[in-house]
Design a protein around this ligand. Sequence first.
Ligand SMILES: [Cu+2]
Length: 160
Amino acid sequence: MRLLAIAALVLGLMVPAGAEAHDIKAGNLMIDHPHALALPPSVKMGATYVTIKNMGDTPDRLIAVKGDAAKKFELHTIIKEGDIAKMREVEGGFEIPAGGMLHLKQGGNHIMMMGVTELLVEGTSFPLTLVFEKAGEITVEVEVEARRGGGHDGHGKMTH
Ligand SMILES: [Cu+2]
């Protein structure tokens, strides 16, 4: 048992304490690990990431995001123009396929926060309402996490 635990630790498979409370189930959707990256107070643009699993047999869509932590939330994707990666708002939101998942992550699809109104400090959290085409509105608590890799996650280098 001990060996197994160590192996799991080495492989990064250990689930941190409290992780279960972090998963929110709403109808057929499982909302996993909503998180935002900490920002210096002078930075007013941020991003939130989340993984949404659809355990149902019909697709759903994340069509909008609402909250008080920023003046405006947009659903962004990244397009490549030559060597330059640019962020674009997606029309009609993101699909969550039946039996599949939507994985918003650094360097990929994300929830853009324009005009951040809250201080995003590591260890704090803020409520965010995800609006789904079928499942309706689901409010989750977004945890603010430290920026890894010295902030070179690619997001800051992108232009709108
Ligand atoms: Cu963006």
